[in-house]
Ligand binder design. Structure first.
Ligand SMILES: [Cu+2]
Ligand SMILES: [Zn+2]
Length: 193
């Protein structure tokens, strides 16, 4: 009886030790996961705008995180003079550059109707305006937007003007330029490339 109690107790002690050791291992693995999650969020982004089939629209946009706001700056060339709808579309997918439709619709995580910047889709950036030479200068600030929220999505420039009203996308016409929003290489920042 005593002997059997003793062996029960030692079996229990061994089991407790094993549990402790596996707990220690789990804790270690958990710490490791957290180290990855604490990697720095990107603060610089870039989007190289490329033309859909038959077009010549090209550009380069740089994104800079400034606190909780995100600034988008750059130039887009070879546009027709005037206003062009300019949006963040849901997918950074350029597999169909015949018409750019693989980029999906406007980025709209909150499921609201299309509208003017700040009043519609998160991706509704309104219009950019090309001068007589077909060049548009972009300088927009997205308030309360973190770069990682739109990283891997895309900018799309349209042939026509976004009327900021028509559903589901402002009647802005065909997609003439698409660029995937990627993490920017900081070495290119100073050079203004
Ligand atoms: Cu669009
Ligand atoms: Zn929209």
């Amino acid at each position: 009886m005593i002997r059997s109690t003793f062996s029960f107790a030692s079996a229990f002690a061994v089991a407790a030790l094993m549990m402790q050791s596996s707990f220690a291992q789990e804790t270690k693995a958990h710490d490791h996961e957290h180290a990855g999650a604490h990697a720095a969020m990107p603060t610089l982004g870039v989007a190289v705008i490329q033309p859909t089939a038959g077009g010549k629209v090209r550009g380069m946009l740089r994104l800079m995180q400034k606190g909780e706001n995100l600034q988008v700056m750059g130039k887009i060339r070879n546009l027709t003079p005037g206003d062009h709808g300019f949006h963040i579309h849901e997918f950074g997918d350029m597999r169909n550059m015949k018409d750019g439709t693989s980029a999906g619709g406007h980025f709209n995580p909150s499921g609201v109707p299309h509208g003017a910047p700040g009043h519609g889709h998160v991706g509704d950036l309104g219009n950019i305006t090309a001068n007589a030479e077909g060049e548009a200068t972009v300088d927009v600030t997205l308030e309360h937007t973190m770069l990682h929220f739109i990283l891997g999505r895309s900018f799309v420039v349209h042939a026509g003007k976004d009327d900021l009203t028509s559903q589901p996308s402002g009647d802005a016409g065909p997609r003439v330029g698409v660029g995937i929003i990627g993490a920017g290489n900081p070495e290119y920042k100073a050079a203004g490339k």
